[in-house]
Design a protein around this ligand. Structure first.
Ligand code: NAP
Length: 440
């Protein structure tokens, strides 16, 4: 390395991802310097606990609890602490001090993205966040740069590894949600408190980020419709398999042509467990892997697949951003900000039109099916398929039956009202699940 230019790199966070980033920055320093155009000097790692064990061999003198001192004077600040504070304050300080920023913090970007991007614009700096969605998989740069000349029509993403692991095992083994969740926790695929994953909050944050990029629109997190996977039981999984589907927690970001008042385009952004045809590329995403399926007007169908998490895998995406940030920092000039010019309205979930599969538990009595069919017809929901399974009670008491109804395309609002009527009808003991069919 003959180039004598050097950039000061400050790292905030030395956990699962941060320790790997620090290790690779040091272990591959010559290679990275060659690609970046300057030596990347890791000047310190801000953490809470100086004595905590680290996942990679790192000199103790690099660690500090004084993040602020580290940030001021850095050329590139890598934020890998997670959460809102002090990550937000650290990033704003970094930008106002003239640094470019790399972060993997989806929670922060989904809630405070506009504030951070505005702050970067004001000083002409850049914020890179390839690792914030789908870990190692390149998806931010493809959406922001490679597809900048195209019109994205739809994104369907499996962007949460924990839920994909759980649903995949339920599908393959016929196991119940609670049993697989317990295993996933024991194996480290799920947190002790799994709410963020299984209730779809994590996927919703990623959906907001993907939709913002794809549709050049600032999509607030509260505009993302969100449902989790806790209602999916082994029988619902079985019914899906029987009908030729697999259940995946999907982040769907869709352009609705002519969907806005006045006839312009609108967008729909939603996260829920959906039925995906077993022939669809997303059906073959197994275990904790992630995949993002993008449909664009000119490019057609594209699929991005790989490890959605993991310390070293995510570090790959972070380091790619560090090289980009270094090149930009050396080139000088004004960074390229986020494109939100389209500013498309985000539609409420009630306006969605799709196909559904409704699973009901009913009394096994004559006339029940006719009553159910009547309620659906009254609610403008047209039936495509019906399957009934009788569950005989062990003590010989009157049995119950499960009815699985596949519908033609229906309006979400009509469907929701119809399901409420079914639930209140007296013939339905329980609405087991209502799942949308995606990927048509
Ligand atoms: P982590 O293992 O929990 O590490 C967090 C690090 O930040 C720790 O080193 C912690 O210090 C430090 N930290 C937290 N609060 C701090 C504070 N107030 N002051 C100073 N240091 C503080 O987290 P991670 O899994 O590496 O995730 C980091 C970021 O990457 C998050 O935004 C996450 O969403 C994102 N991400 C992670 C993955 C993954 O697979 N893990 C994948 C994609 C994206 P101590 O070590 O002293 O506690």
């Amino acid at each position: 390395m003959t180039d004598t230019r050097r950039l000061r790199v400050a790292l905030l966070g030395g956990g699962a991802v941060g320790s790997q980033v620090a290790h690779l920055l040091r272990a591959h320093s010559d290679e990275l310097a060659g690609r970046a155009g300057a030596a990347l000097d890791l000047v310190g790692i801000a953490v809470r606990d100086l004595d905590a064990p680290r996942d990679a061999p790192l000199p103790r003198e690099l660690f500090t609890t004084d993040a602020e001192q580290l940030i001021v004077g850095a050329d590139i600040v890598i934020e890998l602490m997670g959460g809102i504070e002090p990550a937000r304050t650290g990033i704003l300080l970094a930008l106002s001090s003239g640094a470019d920023v790399v972060t993997a913090n989806k929670a922060l970007l989904a809630t405070h993205g506009p504030e951070i991007f505005d702050a970067a614009d004001q000083v002409g700096a850049s914020v890179y966040y390839e690792a914030a969605v789908a870990g190692a998989i390149p998806i931010i740069r493809p959406l922001r740069d490679s597809l900048a000349g195209d019109r994205v029509q739809r994104i369907m993403g499996i962007v949460n590894g924990t839920t994909n692991y759980i649903l995949d095992r339920m599908d393959r083994e016929g196991s119940d949600f609670a049993a697989v969740l317990g295993d996933a926790q024991a194996l480290g695929y799920a947190e002790a408190d799994p709410t963020a994953d299984v209730e779809g909050y994590d996927a919703a944050q990623k959906a907001a980020i993907l939709a913002s990029l794809a549709f050049h629109t600032a999509v607030p997190l509260d505009a993302v419709h969100r449902e989790g996977i806790t209602q999916i039981d082994a029988q619902t999984m079985d019914a899906a398999r029987h009908a030729g589907y697999v259940i995946k927690l999907l982040a769907v970001c869709e352009r609705v042509v002519g969907g806005a008042e006045g006839g312009g385009d609108a967008i729909s952004v939603r996260v829920y467990p959906a039925l995906v045809d077993r022939d669809h590329p997303l059906a073959s995403v197994h275990g904790a892997n992630n995949a993002v399926f993008v449909q664009a007007e000119a490019a057609g169908d594209l699929m991005f697949y790989g490890a959605g998490a993991g310390g070293v895998q995510t570090a790959s995406a972070v380091l790619g951003d560090v090289v980009s940030a270094a090149r930009r920092h050396l080139a000088g000039g004004v960074g390229v900000g986020e494109s939100t010019r389209a500013n498309l309205p985000v539609l409420p979930i009630g306006t969605l039109t799709t196909r559904y599969q409704i699973t009901l538990e009913v009394a096994d009595q004559p006339g029940v099916l006719a009553t159910v069919a009547g309620i659906l017809s009254d609610g403008n929901v047209s039936i495509a398929t019906v399957e009934q399974t009788v569950i005989t009670a062990a003590d010989g008491a009157p049995g119950t039956a499960r009815i699985v109804i596949g519908t033609h395309r229906a309006l979400e609002q009509d469907l929701g009202e119809t399901v409420d009527h079914l639930a209140a009808s007296g013939v339905v003991a329980r609405v087991v699940s209502v799942l949308r069919v995606e990927g048509d």
